[in-house]
Design a protein around this ligand. Structure first.
Ligand code: SF4
Ligand code: SF4
Length: 296
């Protein structure tokens, strides 16, 4: 039987980007025409599958390797999905670099964005202008930054200038080892993102409950289903008529879970309660006081 709620993390083959962030392997990468065509065809198949899923409530988060929303196919897919009654939420990770006119075709209460500001790739004013365009349409979003030490001044400015109730998260920068941050850096980051330490230390997850593989799945362009992006074992194929039989509770097999996309689904952290409807796009409810509950 189809589960009542299913969240899908979708990642097709697209791995190109218009930005050149020095901390990213997909910087200025280009996809061949063939890859883009295959990606668009697989996306269309995924959208068609969602259209047929009228017996359950679906959340969808597009988590591309690169930047998907510079591609019209992804904009059209999100607009279409946002208008389906069975879609609770359709969200995407994005650098917010695209023109926003297409959002007028979307159901604003069901579309949302996980927006990352990349210093050096775009001026802060332009990024904030795009946030204001989301605000004007009543579209939910979170904003975040890669927590390199050199980004901390702009992080503080971002906090001052963003709408106060928009959650500003910081992803720990790990490439320079555990001693990247000084005590005053940590104090600043924690004052802005009270959940930073969960991301910085990760969660010791082996053997613990995690909803992935049961009510949350990772799906690639071929429809191959894994429990999450990190655990590579295949559990089925979305387009197999019997695929629901693969959905079952499973403890985490890995030592550590280090990304919000994953640990957000570990019930003992309470993120589903803390983030509520904004869990997929990492957005806290607007009226919430800063979260204090979750610990690593
Ligand atoms: S915007 Fe994202 S995908 Fe593109 S280069 Fe920067 S980090 Fe990588
Ligand atoms: S805890 Fe993280 S790594 Fe483990 S199964 Fe869940 S999402 Fe995957």
């Amino acid at each position: 039987m189809a589960p009542a709620h299913l969240d899908i993390l979708y990642r097709g083959p697209l791995s190109s980007c218009n930005y050149a962030c020095p901390y990213c392997p997909f910087a200025k990468r280009r996809d061949s025409r063939e890859t883009l065509a295959r990606d668009a065809a697989q996306l269309a198949r995924f959208v068609a599958w969602i259209e047929g899923q009228t017996a359950r409530s679906l959340g969808i988060l597009f988590t591309p390797w690169g930047e998907a929303l510079i591609r019209p196919a992804y904009r059209a897919a999100m607009a279409r999905l946002s208008r389906l009654p069975q879609v609770r939420r359709v969200a995407a990770q994005t650098n917010l670099s695209w023109p926003t006119g297409w959002l007028d075709e979307c159901a604003p209460e069901r579309i949302a964005f996980w927006c990352t500001f990349h210093p050096g790739e775009t001026p802060l004013d332009r990024f904030l202008g795009r946030c204001a365009e989301l605000d004007a349409r009543g579209i939910g979003y979170s904003v975040g930054i890669v927590g390199k030490r050199e980004h901390l001044p702009v992080l503080a400015e971002l906090r001052r200038r963003l709408r106060p109730d928009v959650y500003l998260w910081v992803n720990a920068y790990r490439d320079e080892g555990p001693h990247h941050y000084r005590a005053d850096d940590l104090a600043l980051i924690r004052s802005i993102d009270p959940l930073f330490d969960v991301n910085r230390t990760g969660i010791r997850s082996r053997g613990l409950a995690c909803a992935t593989g049961e009510s949350v799945i990772s799906v690639d362009g071929d429809g191959e289903v894994r429990r999450c992006h990190t655990v590579k074992a295949r559990i089925g194929n979305l387009y197999d008529p019997d695929f629901d039989a693969a959905l079952t509770p499973r403890p985490c097999p890995l030592a550590q879970c280090r990304c919000h996309i994953g640990y957000a689904h570990m019930p003992h952290l309470g993120f589903r309660e803390i983030f509520g409807a904004g869990l997929l796009e990492r957005a806290l409810p607007p009226s919430d006081a800063p979260p204090q509950g979750a610990t690593g």
